[in-house]
Write a protein that binds this ligand. Structure first.
Ligand code: SF4
Length: 213
């Protein structure tokens, strides 16, 4: 393993590209920035697959922020119930939609500072929307898979997502921030499982300090 962390990041990124070049940009189904924002918000503490099950009905009834802002909470809850914490999430998506209408003429803003103040929108959600929809790298997406892979590969000693993100931002060139997130996310889902990492077949095992072989 090269000692220089930037060099280390470069090597790991190259191997991740080789292993997961087919990784999707996102696992959340969406047709526009609004749908991506709401889907990412709903995905907190649940799986993308479970969000994809509820969004067809949600967006067919409330296709944009203007419709969602006028929704009754009691009508939203049964639609999103299966994604968990539905009381809070239904309030978030209604309130966030109201703000999009009032402040941004129904458009999704394009900066972290504007996104992060929307109800229920985390830094991760902001980064996902900016990177996936607008191609803007303002930060690095760190979800549970990306955080785990980054830690196991020894690229950070941090445990909190915002601190892991800071290390990644220092280590990787800005134009590679989302590529790393996409590939490390795929690696976490496909190989570096939380409970049973498949170290024996992992293409990074020769340089991974956490490899169990
Ligand atoms: S060697 Fe094991 S722990 Fe390291 S990245 Fe690969 S699967 Fe994860």
């Amino acid at each position: 393993m090269p000692t220089d962390t930037k060099e280390q990041g470069k090597v790991i990124l190259k191997l991740l590209v080789k292993a997961h070049s087919d990784a999707p940009t996102t696992y959340l189904n969406h047709n526009n920035a609004f749908e991506m924002l709401i889907s990412t918000l709903l995905s907190a503490h649940t799986t993308d697959a479970s969000v994809n099950k509820v969004t067809p009905e949600l967006f067919s009834k409330y296709p944009g922020p203007r419709e969602m802002a006028k929704a009754e909470i009691d009508d939203l809850i049964p639609i999103i119930r299966t994604v968990g914490t539905y009381n809070r999430k239904s309030e978030y998506i209604k309130k966030a939609s109201e703000i999009l209408v009032e402040r941004y003429n129904g458009e999704v803003p394009k900066t972290i500072d504007e996104l992060i103040v929307l109800p229920g929108v985390s830094r991760k959600t902001s980064n996902v929307v900016l990177s996936v929809v607008f191609g803007i790298n303002e930060g690095v997406v760190v979800d549970t898979h990306i955080g785990r892979v980054t830690q196991r590969l020894g690229l950070t000693e941090q445990t909190k997502p915002d601190k892991i993100e800071k290390d990644l931002m220092e280590m990787l060139p800005r134009d590679k921030w989302y590529e790393y997130a996409r590939l490390a996310g795929a690696h976490g889902r496909r190989i570096c499982d939380a409970k049973k990492p498949k170290c024996a077949v992992c293409t990074l095992n020769h340089l991974c300090p956490s490899a169990v072989l």
